[in-house]
Design a binder for this molecule. Structure first.
Ligand SMILES: [Zn+2]
Length: 240
């Protein structure tokens, strides 16, 4: 069994993106998807009790204790970059900790397991060029899986088209839990829900206004979300 590693869902005690982070665009796809790289170190801010794990702007920030554990475990599929806690507002959290004591690292996952697939092994609708998952597909996916042939065998890895959410093996999950690291929530891959359903009248509106991409119309037809007679003439896929 494999698990997504998310942070806890809580209104309080959050971390947020810092100021002055600079990025450069690595690539832009025809589908408008863009890949950006941020310069090291990423700066961020913490409110309340400092936790061992934060997902900020889909980037994994880990405490020094967590970093040491991961590093000493000799895991594959991961590398680390320095991070800086720019500001700390303890709020109601009482402790002797000072801002300069807060040492954090960015965890960059390099292990991969190919494209997101549903539990039947079929890839979720995606851009054929860059792999980005399509939104508004009308499909609700209950549970995801990967193709073992596309998995590089790393201890920590991600889907190629969900690169910011780490996945860990069961053994590593158990070790992380036993160490008591905070602000981590594990979701088994087969329980993860991607709900892309949206009301049929909005799909029809989009079709009528000619705002649905050819790719998306194909996905809707293939999955029985729409019938061909719902497509206005000016929006019909071109027959070649
Ligand atoms: Zn693309």
């Amino acid at each position: 069994m494999y698990y997504f590693m998310y942070e806890m869902e809580t209104e309080e005690y959050r971390a947020s993106w810092g100021s002055g982070n600079t990025s450069k665009i690595v690539s832009i796809c025809e589908c408008t998807s863009r890949k950006t790289a941020y310069e090291e170190p990423i700066k961020f801010q913490i409110e309340g009790e400092p936790f061992d794990y934060y997902l900020i702007m889909n980037r994994s920030m880990i405490s020094e204790r967590f970093y040491t554990f991961l590093k000493e475990s000799g895991l594959t599929g991961v590398r680390f970059r320095n991070a800086v806690v720019q500001k700390w507002n303890p709020f109601r959290y009482e402790s002797e900790i000072k801002l300069e004591d807060l040492k954090y690292y960015e965890m960059v996952v390099t292990g991969r397991c190919g494209l997101l697939r549903n539990m039947s092994g079929i890839t979720l609708p995606h851009c054929k060029k860059c792999g980005r998952r399509l939104a508004h597909t009308g499909i609700c996916t209950n549970g995801v899986s990967f193709d073992p042939a596309s998995y590089d065998g790393s201890d920590i890895f991600t889907f190629t088209n969900l690169p910011n959410i780490p996945i860990v093996t069961e053994k590593l999950r158990d070790a992380i839990i036993s160490q008591g690291f905070t602000n981590i929530r594990f979701v088994p891959l087969n329980e993860k829900v991607f709900d892309d359903t949206f009301p049929i009248h909005l799909i029809q509106k989009r079709l009528n206004e000619g705002r649905a991409s050819k790719e998306l119309i194909e996905v809707w037809l293939e999955n029985g979300i729409i019938t061909p007679n719902m497509i206005p003439d000016n929006n019909k896929p071109v027959q070649e």
